[in-house]
Design a protein around this ligand. Structure first.
Ligand code: AMP
Length: 200
């Protein structure tokens, strides 16, 4: 854990990047549990708001159902609030944020305000055909409305267009660790842990 070690006992601040259905959610929860930090999934937060029928939920539902991105302004508010909560005081893992360059800039501001550095950007990637097969399976098993094939294709397009460029942005800062998501869940978990510990 190179970044964390240089700051004494502070736990790491990690961003998880990757296309929809790469397995980010599962791996983020596993890694966060291992490291004792919260896994903060913006997708889960938004889905909870939709399920509650809150004002936020009503505003974002149609955008999510179409596989598009919620506005950067709304996301900035959501993430800024969430990262101020008590459990996020010592390390966190962000799953699903940032997804655009303006969101990455917002995160720079949040980190600067708290005098923190990002320690790792983990990129979990998979070939598109694997992602689409997994989405079809998840749609059958979990009934997530945005796993409908047309929506999956749109989410993937949006990812490649708006989020994938963040890989270069973070690569220029030497933060990116690539992990092959086309392996078993346990193999991916091992690779994720090795990446964070700096042995890959
Ligand atoms: P996820 O579970 O991360 O795939 O997110 C599900 C949906 O929530 C996405 O398709 C977007 O509509 C929305 N969403 C989640 N995170 C963000 C974000 N950082 N920026 C914009 N929209 C987001």
């Amino acid at each position: 854990m190179a970044g964390a070690e240089t700051r004494g006992d502070t736990k790491p601040h990690i961003v998880f990047l990757g296309p929809p259905n790469a397995g980010k959610g599962t791996q983020a929860m596993r890694l966060a549990a291992t490291l004792g930090i919260p896994a903060i999934s913006t997708g889960d937060m938004l889905r909870a708001a939709v399920a509650q029928g809150s004002e936020l939920g009503q505003r974002v539902q149609s955008v999510m159902d179409a596989g598009q991105l919620v506005s950067d302004e709304l996301m900035a508010e959501l993430v800024t609030d969430r990262l101020q909560q008590d459990d996020a005081r010592d390390g966190w893992l962000l799953d699903g944020y940032p997804r655009t360059r303006p969101q990455a800039e917002t995160l720079v501001g949040i980190l600067a305000d708290a005098s923190l550095d990002l320690d790792h950007v983990l990129l979990l990637d998979c070939p598109d055909d694997v992602l689409k097969d997994r989405a079809a399976k998840r749609a059958r098993e979990q009934g997530r409305t945005d796993d409908d094939p047309a929506v999956v294709a749109e989410r993937l397009r949006v990812y490649r267009e708006q989020t994938a460029p963040l890989v270069e942005y973070y690569e220029a800062q030497g933060l990116v660790r690539r992990i092959d998501g086309d392996q078993s869940i346990d193999e991916v978990s091992e690779a994720v842990l090795a990446a964070v510990r700096g042995d890959s």
